[in-house]
Write a protein that binds this ligand. Structure first.
Ligand code: GRG
Length: 295
């Protein structure tokens, strides 16, 4: 199957699985449940579930386990987008081509949507029905919690908020993005791999190196798109970083060097998978997709 067909297939599977996992909109509290479904369904590239699928398939994990873990990571990601769009954070009105959650509903609902999606993510990843080795499952819950928390994504967001209006060095920008964007992307790959019963240390190290490189790559490309693409294509407000005087790879390095950095990170990510052959082909293709994507 070519990459595009595979990606559509995983996106469709993720949509179906999320639809099943999310509470029905007519189940009380209906407004909260309707809002959770509004933000989680019908949009997004589903890059994190794609990574879970590719890493999970590489190690021969069970499809049901991979699907559940992909949904858990996506739920954390969607929660972060909902909270990030709030007026007290990035204050945005457009996400995935639709009004943001607090615009369509209200701020209090958007707060609760984020909280509830995060809880649902941990409920899904720890569900005893999926079976598997209990210690391995605890390791996965722990890894997701670390990636989402103050030493991961939420910490990166805190650094970002604190840096508004400040001059950052490239090293400081990298530190922020390793946490804010990179931590959950890295966790997606590692959680996919942990879906298997056993994974050797050398494979684990290679996947982790790949995951770290694409985590940063994702953000470099995001900065390039924010500066070069339009709002209609992105489905979110374009040019926001410049308007808010935020440090980005483009503002610090210029467009040409930001593109060179993306090429370098892509090459490093692919090199990390050297020797794994065809089993790592999807991971290579996802890295290429991250660079080539238009939104
Ligand atoms: C609020 C705790 C908390 C964290 C927010 C990830 C994040 C931290 C904020 C998102 C802000 C942002 C636009 C970051 C740039 C990179 C990024 C994560 C973009 C959005 O992810 P995509 O492109 O979105 O995967 P889709 O909609 O395709 O899922």
């Amino acid at each position: 199957m070519d990459f595009t067909s595979w990606m559509f297939d995983i996106q469709r599977r993720t949509e179906v699985a999320l639809d099943r996992l999310l509470p029905a909109a007519n189940q009380p509290p209906t407004r909260l449940h309707e809002a959770m479904r509004y933000v989680a369904l019908g949009g997004g590239k589903r890059v994190r579930p794609l990574l879970v699928q590719a890493a999970g398939s590489l190690v021969g994990a069970a499809p049901a386990q991979i699907d559940a873990v992909g949904c858990a990571v996506e739920l954390i990601h969607v929660y972060s987008l909902v909270h990030d769009d709030l007026p007290c954070m990035d204050d945005d009105v457009l996400r995935r081509g639709k009004p943001t959650c607090h615009i369509e509903f209200d701020e209090a609902t958007a707060m609760l949507v984020g909280d509830a999606l995060q809880s649902l993510a941990f409920s899904v990843i720890s569900d005893p029905v999926l079976g598997g080795d209990p210690c391995r499952k605890l390791e996965m819950v722990h890894l997701l919690a670390q990636a989402a928390g103050s030493r991961g994504m939420a910490g990166g967001q805190a650094i970002d908020l604190g840096a508004t209006g400040q001059d950052l060095s490239v090293e400081e920008l990298e530190f922020m993005h390793i946490h804010k964007t990179g931590a959950l992307i890295r966790a997606s790959v590692m959680l996919g791999a942990l879906c298997a019963n056993a994974i050797d240390d050398s494979l684990r190290m290679r996947l982790d190196l790949y995951a770290k490189r694409i985590g940063l790559l994702f953000q470099v490309v995001d900065d390039i798109l924010d500066s070069a693409a339009d709002t209609a294509t992105l489905g979110k407000t374009a040019g926001k970083d410049a308007a808010q005087h935020k440090a980005t790879y483009v503002s610090l390095l210029g467009m040409q060097r930001a593109r060179s950095l993306a090429d370098e990170l892509l090459s490093d990510a692919k090199s990390a998978l050297d020797g794994l052959g065809d089993s790592a082909a999807r991971l290579v293709e996802i890295a290429e997709y991250i660079v080539e994507r238009k939104f």
